[in-house]
Design a protein around this ligand. Sequence first.
Ligand SMILES: [Zn+2]
Length: 257
Amino acid sequence: MRRARTVRTEAVVLRHKDFGEADRILTLLTPEHGKLHAIAKGVRRPTSRKAGHLDLYMRADVFLATGRDLDILTQATTLDAYRPIREGLLRSSYASYCAELLERFTPDGEANAPLYHLMVGALEKIGVEDNLPLIARYYEMHLLGLVGFQPELGTCVVRGEEIQPEDQFFDAASGGVVCPRCGGDGMGRPITMPTLKMLRFLQRSEWAALENLRVRATVESELEQVMLNFITVNLERQLKSVDFLNRVRRIKQTNSN
Ligand SMILES: [Zn+2]
């Protein structure tokens, strides 16, 4: 659908790149117009009134004029700067991962308000909470549901048996859990019951359920492997931000030991 010539919307800056002498091209996520690309002219000049309102992962109130190739961003006012994200390398690496995941799974110009609110929720949590891996898992699970890749966790994806409380298999290409009768021999990789239960819990929960949630390190690590495998298999590509995020986490770990 063609948009009106000028729209006012709130938006999250997912990505930006310098363009020309003083401009910047932004990838924005909006609730009603989906993901779009806009040029912010002169934004790199210190005198620009837009400068400082359009940094990465900021949420801003923006005016967009429809351009021929790109929209033109004419005004911007910060709604939330998520300062801790910009000031911490680990937090910004998680934000970058969330932004890349969203970009990869969504076409331009397709409205998905729940996805917008999921992203905003993730940025809020990444800015203040400490259990960043769990926030990432929650975000991944809900994003997959909102873009049509919801993993099946209740019945075997091979023959539809109801999953019993025992260790199972998980097959990313088939879209979810595989029972012990159908699994093995190249059909799925093993997944323990506590990890499967945590995946189900994340899938049916709201953000608030993460508060005070404690997850064993072994489960946390299995959750991460299962989700990353599911995502890369279904995207049919690797995510660039994952390597960087893992490097930052290793540095943090070394420093805290
Ligand atoms: Zn089965």
